[in-house]
Ligand binder design. Structure first.
Ligand code: ATP
Length: 278
């Protein structure tokens, strides 16, 4: 993919202990959408990110796992430019055209669904793009609804439509399906993959759900003690079946890396129909 034509360079040198460089630019020639070197984040005396390195390629779907409190959201916030206080002799390079989605949809309650998707943009082209994205997330015909007339899953679909309306090069997602019931979550997995295959952003998905990571990602990372300690490609035939032996192998290895001891597989456990359309 060609470098983003509207690439913009912003240097935010934050002098806390030392300095960190946050470059938001086109990355001509690097082949990476995200490039992080030596990122450190401290809260008081506690070091949460400790000289972390990370690279994400064009169109790559990366999932980030880690125990609770390991710093996943802290990393995502730093990449999203939402944390002015990152410190260290580090570099964070992310594209200017990035989007973020969170566990809660964060829609504006006083704006109708379509206005929430296009957020401030006006004109026929913006409206058409918004309508297209809404149709892609299965909400055609709901453009004039108010957010509180939608279910939690539908609101999250609107958030996804909004995140993709500007064709971002990078989509940052912080536990976007964490608040949804199991069935809705599986449907959203299929939808997210489909949309990512169509719009081709690079994705960093923060999740605590190992199955979600293995079902969706091209690569899974584990964050531990401030650094990426596991970086593993996931190669599985599509559609990904949760009961495929290689799915279970990845799952076991990642659970072990997270320090979770597995119970023996129960025959009546996960339904055989669970799959993700990728
Ligand atoms: N603004 C803040 N002030 C002080 N400490 C913070 C702040 N934000 C995060 N922390 C601390 O940094 C650590 C990492 O938090 P973070 O939310 O990044 O973890 P996480 O891996 O996303 O956790 P979870 O999976 O539970 O959401 C935690 O110990 C948290 O208490």
């Amino acid at each position: 993919m060609a470098p983003h034509p509207g690439g913009l360079t912003v240097h935010t040198d934050v002098h806390v202990d030392t300095e960190v460089h946050v470059d938001i630019e086109g990355h001509a020639g690097t082949g990476s959408v995200v490039r992080v070197r030596g990122l450190t984040r401290r809260f008081g005396g506690r070091t949460v990110l400790d000289g972390l390195d990370l690279e994400i390629g064009e169109n790559e779907f990366v999932a980030l796992l880690g125990r609770s409190g390991s710093g996943k959201s802290t990393l995502l916030r730093a990449l999203a430019g939402l944390d002015p206080d990152v410190a260290g002799d580090g570099e964070v390079d992310v594209p200017a055209n990035s989007s973020v989605i969170f566990q809660d949809a964060r829609l504006l309650p006083w704006q109708r669904v379509l206005a929430n998707v296009v957020l401030g943009a006006s004109g026929a082209a913006a409206v058409r793009r918004g309508q297209e994205r809404l149709a892609e997330v299965g909400l055609a015909g709901r453009e004039r609804a108010w957010p509180n007339q939608l279910s939690g899953g539908e609101q999250q679909r609107v958030a996804l439509a909004r995140a993709l309306v500007g064709e971002p090069r990078l989509l940052l997602a912080d536990e976007p399906f964490g608040a949804l019931d199991a069935l809705t979550r599986i449907r959203m997995h299929g939808l997210l993959r489909e949309l990512c295959e169509r719009h081709r952003p690079a994705v960093l998905l923060v999740t605590h759900d190992v199955d979600e990571a293995v079902a969706l990602a091209d690569r899974v990372l584990v964050l531990e003690e401030g650094r990426i300690t596991v970086d593993t490609p996931i190669e599985l035939p599509a559609p990904r079946q949760h009961r495929h032996p290689r799915f279970l192998e990845h799952r076991e290895r990642l659970l072990a890396a997270l320090g979770v001891t597995q119970e023996p597989a129960s025959p009546g456990g996960r339904p055989a129909t669970e799959e993700t359309s990728r």
